[in-house]
Ligand binder design. Structure first.
Ligand code: FES
Length: 121
């Protein structure tokens, strides 16, 4: 069902965890399935210096969260805000049709944390 890239990120997710000194945190839920993702970001000089996540969801949601956090780490806030679910699915080498919505959870979480940062700065 899943390709090797998806399986690798599911079995060895990058950037999983918690962050005591996060600049911003967001928690989002999928309207389709109720799974949730919490994202912590640390921003320095308008760059995403560090990012961690906790996802309570399916394999596709965990793989999407892992690869999406890798994609935005080190990017400016402006660049990171351009992330879309299509970018995440492409970077993963594809997801089964019924799992495309899972990639949105990762994007919503990251964009939510950036939005919270911008509101409070
Ligand atoms: Fe819920 Fe994948 S089924 S995020």
């Amino acid at each position: 069902m899943y390709n090797d890239v998806v399986m690798d990120h599911f079995q060895h997710p990058r950037n999983v965890g918690d962050m005591a000194d996060a600049t911003s945190v967001a928690e989002v839920g999928s309207q389709e399935c109720g799974d949730t993702m919490k994202v912590f970001i640390k921003i320095k000089d308008d760059v995403i210096d560090d990012i961690k996540f906790q996802t309570y969801g399916c394999a596709a949601a965990i793989a999407s969260s892992s690869i999406a956090t890798e994609m935005v780490k080190g990017k400016t806030v402006t660049e990171a805000k351009k992330l879309t679910k299509n970018d995440v699915v492409t970077e993963l080498g594809g997801l089964p049709d019924q799992k495309i919505h899972c990639s949105l959870l990762a994007v919503d979480g990251i964009l939510g944390a950036i939005e919270a940062y911008e509101k409070n700065k």
